[in-house]
Ligand binder design. Structure first.
Ligand code: ADP
Length: 566
């Protein structure tokens, strides 16, 4: 019987899991995984830094509703991936990180790149394991993928020693586990009944939609639930688009008012963490229904009335079945009622404030104006990967998302540098959809070289840098008083820096904009270039004094998240 190498068993496992891409910076001892992968339909995407590799795998996982995979070289390659694991852990994104490592036989000898990788990943993954026997690679790989995508999704780290990867195994010693579909469990029917009763009795109901709905995508169910009750909703930063942002029941612009005044809230696939002010903005007597796949999430930070553990889609179907035939006339009555009228008024009031800055002709350019032009130029199905504090803050108010999983940012983790690599993963997941990577200049600095990756793989996408000269408008900067005689280069960069030259270095179509009325034509040309197969890069110089937040428009409830741009 023929022998097969450990690295080939990894590639064949990836093929069995349906993996299309593995993000990597080639190096020892993972070269054979990258090479053998190409024989099994797994395309290696060579990038510039392992942090970006893991971020790109997150982008692909979220946009493609799949498990993202990165393959990291030994030693620093593996340590560079830790931040990516942290971001995936914080945001419950299913990824598998394959880390090359020193040979088992070199353990405790001071061999090249001898590091103990497992503890580095242990606290920020669902599982951190080392494969010690080549013949068990398929079993470990299947476990890694099952863990990553089941229950609350998350990252898994698999350590692959060089002598395990190069070991030959007799084909008939290899056992291939059955790949199981992800089970989707429903909730306790008694609790579903209670939830339905609460919702139908509520005078001021509301729904929060979080990115946890991504994995079962209950698009029709979410829409039916809000429409049958006439219930307003509030999406989380990445929960946008599962119901289109222009739905008349979307009350994002009245975030404080809806949270402060509702009497019943149903929270679906979102946590009551800092993004939602730890649930403190709700009235103490507001009744919360929480649907989450993770039992221990129920009751975190705030007492709730009904906690339903289960998959969002299945539980929403149960809820709708329970309410079937009992909601007649409710939507019509709600449409005329005081709750929706008050929220619509609030939305209008806030829109006036945002409109002023969105249409500002000021130079230097206001960030809201940039966002408005972007919103008006790109089509409805555009995927936006947004990064950088000021840009995120304005983006939250101005950019709209109309399709599921089309809005990416660092969300819970607040990690800057995700904007470029997330977008690359998104474009590889959905090559026929326009992808815009929108970055503040400081955030762009972390992984800006990955524009070269997009160019190398001829990924026709648009990169935009909103250059407001550094980490400006930050919550910290105003408190940072440097001693007399010191300048403030810590957080401000020379305004003459030309990031578009980075695009030019990689042969991208580039635009450099300093005047508000030039933004739209530049964006149109860039979008056109991307439609003709080119990478495009738009550099827009904006006002360093602009914080991007509109505190007045958001009020106290939006405070914590407003500071970090959500
Ligand atoms: P957001 O940042 O959008 O507010 P979070 O990442 O804080 O969202 O929360 C997402 C929640 O969704 C997590 O608590 C996670 O357990 C939950 N979740 C993940 N998958 C599912 C699913 N299939 N059904 C229901 N809840 C889910």
């Amino acid at each position: 019987m023929a022998k097969v190498e450990g690295a080939t068993l990894v590639s064949r496992s990836l093929q069995r899991e349906g993996v299309k891409h593995i993000y990597s910076v080639p190096g020892g001892p993972i070269g054979e995984i990258l090479a053998s992968g190409t024989h099994y339909g797994v395309r290696p995407i060579g990038m510039r830094h392992e942090q970006a590799c893991v971020f790109a795998s997150i982008g692909e996982a979220y946009v493609g509703n799949t498990v993202g995979v990165s393959t990291l070289a030994g030693g620093p390659g593996v340590t560079n991936g830790v931040t990516g694991a942290h971001v995936a852990w914080d945001n419950s994104i299913p990824i598998v990180i394959l880390g090359g490592s020193y040979p088992l036989k070199g353990h405790l000898t001071g061999t090249f790149q001898e590091t103990d990788n497992l503890p580095m990943y242990a606290n920020i993954t669902k599982l951190s394991i080392k494969v010690e026997t080549a013949s068990r690679i398929p079993e470990y790989m299947a476990l890694a993928f099952r863990k990553a995508r089941s229950g609350r999704p998350g990252p898994v780290y698999v350590d692959l020693p060089s002598d395990v990867l190069s070991a030959g195994v007799e084909e008939d010693e290899v056992k291939w586990p059955t790949i199981m579909p992800t089970p989707r469990a429903g909730g306790d029917p008694a609790l579903v009944k209670q939830a339905a009763a609460l919702l139908m009795k509520a005078e001021r109901p509301m729904m929060i939609v979080g990115k946890g709905v991504r994995w079962s995508e209950p698009v029709a169910e979410l829409k039916k639930l809000v429409e049958s009750l006439g219930m307003p909703f509030l999406p989380s930063p990445m929960g946008r688009g599962f119901i289109p942002d222009d739905h008349p029941l979307n009350m994002s612009a009245a975030r404080s008012a809806i949270m402060r005044n509702c009497d019943v809230a149903i929270v679906v696939g979102a946590r009551l963490n800092w993004t939602f002010d730890f649930g403190r903005s709700f009235r103490p007597d507001a009744k919360i229904i929480h649907i989450d796949i993770e039992p221990e999430e129920i009751g975190t930070n705030r007492a709730i009335e009904v906690g339903i553990v289960g998959d969002a889609k299945v539980v929403l179907q149960q809820l709708l079945a329970e309410m079937e035939g009992k909601t007649r006339g409710m939507a019509e009555r709600a449409a005329e009622g005081p709750w929706l009228s008050a929220l619509r008024e609030e939305t209008k009031k806030n829109a006036v404030v945002v409109d002023t800055v969105m249409n500002s002709d000021a130079t230097p350019i206001h960030t809201h104006r940039i966002l408005k032009e972007i919103r008006d130029v790109f089509p409805r199905d555009t995927i936006y990967s947004v990064d950088g504090q000021t840009t995120l803050a304005a983006g939250r108010q101005v950019l709209q998302t109309f399709t599921p999983a089309a809005r990416l940012n660092s969300a819970q983790s607040g990690c800057m540098g995700v904007g470029v690599p997330f977008a690359i993963g998104a474009k590889l997941a959905r090559p026929n959809v326009p992808v815009v990577s929108l970055n503040g200049d400081a955030a762009f600095g972390f992984n800006g070289m990955e524009v070269g990756t997009a160019a190398n793989y001829k990924l026709p996408m648009v990169f935009i840098v909103n250059n407001n000269s550094g980490i400006v408008g930050s919550a910290f900067q105003s408190r940072m008083q440097v001693a007399p005689g010191f300048n403030d280069y810590i957080s401000t960069y020379d305004p003459s820096f030309r990031y578009d030259m980075i695009g030019a270095a990689f042969g991208a179509h580039t635009e450099h904009v300093t005047q508000p009325n030039d933004i739209r034509p530049a964006l149109l040309r860039a979008y056109d270039a991307s439609r003709h197969g080119r990478v495009a890069f738009v550099h827009i110089v904006s006002d360093p004094k602009d914080t991007g937040t509109m505190r007045g428009a958001m009020g106290a409830g939006g405070r914590a998240s407003a500071l970090l741009g959500y």
